[in-house]
Design a protein around this ligand. Structure first.
Ligand code: ZN
Length: 214
């Protein structure tokens, strides 16, 4: 064994293989033995089923029918595939690198300066609009008036009129019940208002979706 072996986190098969040699050993006995297991000095060299895992590098015993597996566990198999893919991608990137994108001057923001600035004023305004929308002065007056009329942006439990009245959450103190009004549908109301096709559709809907809420 002169070739340099790359060891990685041992897979299930490798651990299972080593386990038969170290099972029942004391701590003092363990280290010399595991070193020999790793170097391949303990197992039967005639057994062609014992080989190094292509990924983790440790010895393991292939129990597959054809003895043609090269990785000790599904984990090692997956990891090796990932590794190969990563290497392929790196090679591809090295051979034909993607053209570097020119910096987008439209969105350029010189934030490394003491007084940062946007290169494009239009972009700056467009961007800031997302976070703080400008309001016309008369709109501010409208909001102020609405607040004075009782529209509150705060929760209803917080009095904004200067009083110490406490409003219970869920009960709208502004609500008033009006007079009950009765109305009667005129004769032929629907016929006048809706087309024949629309009425047919509504009739069909009422019959077929009696239980639906909508
Ligand atoms: Zn392995």
């Amino acid at each position: 064994m002169n070739e340099k072996v790359v060891y990685r986190q041992p897979g299930e098969g490798a651990i299972l293989f080593a386990y038969q040699f170290i099972d029942g050993l004391t701590k003092a006995e363990f280290f010399p033995v595991i070193q020999q297991v790793i170097n391949g000095q303990l197992h039967n060299v005639v057994d062609k089923r014992i080989k190094r895992c292509d990924y983790c590098g440790y010895f393991w015993r292939d129990i597959s029918l054809r003895n043609n597996k090269r990785k000790c566990s599904a984990d090692c198999e997956r990891s090796l595939k990932t590794l190969q893919k990563r290497e392929q991608r790196a090679l591809k990137e090295l051979l034909n690198p993607k053209p570097k994108k020119a910096p987008d001057m439209y969105t350029y923001y010189a934030d490394h300066l003491e007084y940062p600035y946007f290169l494009s004023e239009q972009y700056m305004l467009k961007r800031s609009y997302r976070f703080e929308r400008p309001k016309a002065p008369d709109k501010l007056a409208q909001i102020d008036a609405a607040e004075q009329r009782g529209y509150k942006r705060k929760s209803k439990a917080t009095p904004t009129d200067g009083s110490d009245t406490v409003y219970i959450k869920g009960i709208s103190h502004k609500h008033r019940y009006g007079e009950v009004e009765a109305s009667q549908l005129e004769e032929g109301y629907f016929e006048r208002k809706y087309s024949e096709r629309h009425q047919k559709l509504e009739r069909w809907r009422a019959e077929n979706f009696k239980l639906a809420t909508k």
